[in-house]
Design a protein around this ligand. Structure first.
Ligand code: 13P
Length: 261
């Protein structure tokens, strides 16, 4: 089943302070048109989420946390929980490769975070992807399999429709070397087959899958053309209002074209 809404997520990572983020949201809000077939989600640093949640027009943009802790409350100095983010964000990134590889986040933490998000009415965007080394050694299939099983093993079939999967090959993030759309087509097929194995054919068809990794306005359309890609997770280009808006417009155009077919 093709989804009628494309999801475009801008991951601002550790950029923009409170004032810059507010100004940037204002600039984006002037530029970005609301389209019924595109959901635009912004993932600023946690510091800015509360103030942006008061500023944002939720018809135009939803908000996502880039990370959170999986326990709801307690003695966890420096952490912010999904319970505390509830009502402020609608989405939460989980297991981004920068968290897995720089902060050594494990599949156990990832699975607890996916469950914490769902428990707190936040849609988890579970990020998975292979490193350059794993790719060169033909391990992509096994890595994605392990990350999917690792991330979803606390999740029931009923809860799965809240989950979004983001395929971000680690080697394609941040360095301009975006993945070949033919390769992404194969990987998305692989992910859907793995979901089918875990949750059945209907779930495999309906789960939303995003691609992320060095997407620019020039490369975006090729990913929207991939059957089974429901949107994009954008890093660098999401910090350039014109580029981000161009990607949103391309998402709208591709949804409109799919509807005509
Ligand atoms: P880039 O678009 O900068 O490669 O970042 C991708 C990413 O990590 C989004 O989460």
């Amino acid at each position: 089943m093709a989804h009628d809404k494309k999801i475009i997520v801008g991951n601002w990572k550790m950029n923009l302070d409170v004032h810059e983020a507010s100004l940037y949201l204002y600039q984006l809000s002037k530029l970005v048109k609301v389209h019924r077939d595109v959901e635009v989600v912004l993932a600023p640093t946690v510091l800015t989420l509360q103030s942006l949640s008061l500023q944002v027009n939720l018809r135009q943009f939803k908000l996502a946390a880039q990370n959170f802790y999986w326990r709801d409350h307690g003695f966890f100095t420096g952490e912010v929980s999904a319970t505390q983010l509830r009502g402020i964000v609608q989405f939460g990134l989980v297991g981004h490769s920068e968290r897995r590889h720089i902060f050594n986040e494990t599949d156990k933490e990832v699975r607890n975070k996916v469950a914490a998000a769902i428990r707190n009415h936040i849609r988890p965007i579970l990020c998975i992807g292979e490193t350059a080394w794993e790719r060169a050694n033909n391990e992509t299939h096994d890595v994605l399999h392990d990350q999917l099983i690792g991330g979803l093993s606390n999740i029931t079939s009923e809860e799965l429709d809240q989950v979004i999967i983001a395929y971000e090959p680690v080697w394609a993030i941040g360095d301009g070397q975006n993945a070949n759309p033919d390769d992404v087509t194969k990987v998305v097929g692989m992910i859907r087959r793995q979901i089918e194995h875990l949750y059945g054919a209907a779930a495999a068809e309906s789960i939303q899958i995003l691609y992320g990794g060095s997407v620019t306005p020039d490369s975006a359309a090729a990913y929207f053309a991939i059957p089974g890609i429901d949107g994009l997770l954008i890093g660098g280009s999401s910090l350039d209002a014109r580029a981000f808006n161009e990607i949103i417009e391309k998402a709208h155009k591709s949804s409109a074209e799919t509807k005509k077919e």
